[in-house]
Design a protein around this ligand. Structure first.
Ligand code: SF4
Length: 507
């Protein structure tokens, strides 16, 4: 087993488990599947739907203090990661976390990707349906079915309730997107197929809310029937669909269901539609709209979206926010796939107090904070594949820009240490891809610069081999050009760059 493979920590009932080697396969990290990283051992804790209680926050913050680097990172699937773990976490402690509802009840399925939903599920003023029960039901189903340990660790499921803060454009293998048809709520089924990195495709299937779980169970059964689960590398669902074909796959799913997937009247699949046809939300909208203070669908209650610089939260800040949620809200924090979090259910009369206390913890809740949409992968401090120190560079860039310009809407800047793009799979406004090259008589860390949307993975490349020393002034110029040349204040950086010629962007 190579040093990059995972280790499984067995629950207490399996003995004095401290970093027991799993004799099987490489998986994604989980609470019971820690992974060695360049900065120590990494433990990832699945938080289904991103909703975590005050008590759970305290327990994880204690782990981060006792075993790790004294901080936690929110990931792009709204998991929590504890990094820099030097000594194995005692099996009794893991058992305690399990009893608190952290990690799966069944450790063999704990590595499966976190279930995604909007962080505003149940409180979003425009959502069609509260998706939290779907997340809970699917999580319970996974825990009750150990055979699902055969799923690829990257097998990913998302429920989108059709609200303002949507997650339907995030990359997932399977997406259920709520739509309104003749005043009734249905879910359209989307599956990941075709080229890697593309959003999932509409299967032309409309499901009632009650049909979602049986369909999901059947989709996983068919996947398992076609997958050699003894293989070290499991097939991605996309690979299976690309070889088997969607039609064949869905026919096998149909054989496992007591109701028809086809349209009852026509006997055909519904016409596949692009996602936006079923939503008033334009691409890119909703991404960072949750930052700041917002009314909930529950009258008189508000939620506050808090900026976490690069998704990081010191353990003391985590405990402080958890205490605020208990004192003023409903005792939960909601982690987002944009690597920040919300405190919800705050009565209007307490909003000012909560704002002051957030500031006292050294945190901010302004969407125009440059760090609100700044994303970076682990970089070369935590990942051997990284060409650059992405996290330090991202923070240095933010500090440089903060003193020189003010944004009036978020600009999503993504630092990636290599092409794998772990921190953000969807397109960003500006992508900075780390590279090493010769300059100034030595090997330096620098970036290729991409903007907006295009058929290329990271967008359109507008600069190559920019040293980190040159980068802050270059990005400042790009943002300045955007601010003075955009059509109106509502035009996002991505929209602006998509309509401009490269030469214009390079001004
Ligand atoms: S994107 Fe590349 S460099 Fe960054 S964490 Fe992932 S594998 Fe490592």
């Amino acid at each position: 087993m190579s040093s990059r493979h995972n280790h499984r920590l067995l629950p207490a009932s399996h003995g004095e488990g401290v970093l027991n080697l799993l004799s099987g396969f490489a998986t994604c990290p989980g609470l019971f599947y820690t992974t060695p990283a360049a900065d120590g051992i990494l433990s990832r804790i699945r938080i289904p739907g991103g909703i975590i209680s005050t008590q759970q926050c305290h327990a994880i913050a204690d782990i981060a203090e006792q075993y790790g680097g004294g901080y936690v990172d929110v990931t792009n699937r709204a998991n929590l990661q504890v990094r820099e773990i030097r000594t194995g976490i005692n099996a009794e402690v893991l058992k305690h976390l399990q009893l608190m509802g952290l990690g799966s009840h069944n450790s063999v399925v704990d590595h499966i990707r976190n279930i995604m939903t909007s962080p505003t599920a149940g409180i979003d003023p425009q959502e069609l349906i509260d998706t939290r029960p779907f997340v809970e039901d699917w999580d319970n189903y996974i825990a009750a079915h150990p055979a699902l340990s055969g799923l690829s660790a990257k097998f990913s499921v998302c429920f989108d309730g059709g609200g303002i803060i949507h997650v339907c454009d995030r990359l997932n293998d399977i997406l259920f997107a709520a739509v309104l048809v003749n005043a009734d709520v249905y879910f359209r089924l989307y599956l990941s197929v075709g080229a890697k990195g593309q959003p999932p495709s509409d299967m032309g299937i409309l499901l009632t809310p009650k049909q979602c779980l049986p369909v999901l169970a059947a989709l996983t059964e068919v996947y398992l029937a076609h997958t050699n689960t003894t293989n070290k590398r499991r097939l991605r669902l996309l690979e299976l669909l690309n070889t088997l074909g969607c039609e064949n796959y869905l026919q096998e799913v149909q054989q496992r269901l007591p109701f028809p997937l086809l349209d009852g009247e026509t006997g055909k699949y519904l016409t596949p539609q692009p996602l936006k046809e079923f939503s008033t939300i334009l691409p890119g909208e909703g991404k960072y709209q949750h930052i700041g203070i917002h009314p909930q669908r529950q009258r008189g209650l508000f939620y506050i979206g808090i900026v976490l610089p690069l998704g990081r939260l010191e353990s003391t800040q985590m405990k402080g926010l958890a205490n605020l949620a208990a004192k003023y809200g409903s005792g939960t924090l909601r982690l987002t796939p944009w690597q920040n979090l919300l405190i919800a259910d705050i009565p209007q009369q307490w909003v000012d107090d909560v704002q002051s206390e957030i500031a006292f913890l050294g945190l901010d809740f302004s969407a125009t904070n440059i760090k609100s949409a700044l994303v970076a992968c682990s970089g070369n401090k935590g990942c051997a594949s990284s060409a650059t120190d992405t996290k330090s560079h991202a923070l240095a860039l933010a500090e440089y820009l903060e003193t020189r310009l003010t944004l009036d809407c978020p600009v999503n800047i993504h630092f990636s240490g290599c092409e794998k793009s772990c921190a953000q799979h969807s397109k960003s406004d500006i992508t900075l891809l780390g590279v090493n090259f010769e300059a100034d008589g030595g090997i330096v860390e620098g970036y290729h610069v991409y903007v907006g949307d295009s058929k290329q993975k990271f967008g359109r490349e507008i600069y190559q081999y920019v040293t980190f020393t040159e980068l802050p002034a270059l990005i400042e110029r790009m943002l300045y050009v955007y601010k003075i040349q955009r059509l109106n204040p509502n035009e996002s950086f991505g929209e602006f760059s998509n309509r401009c010629a490269i030469a214009q962007l390079q001004l």
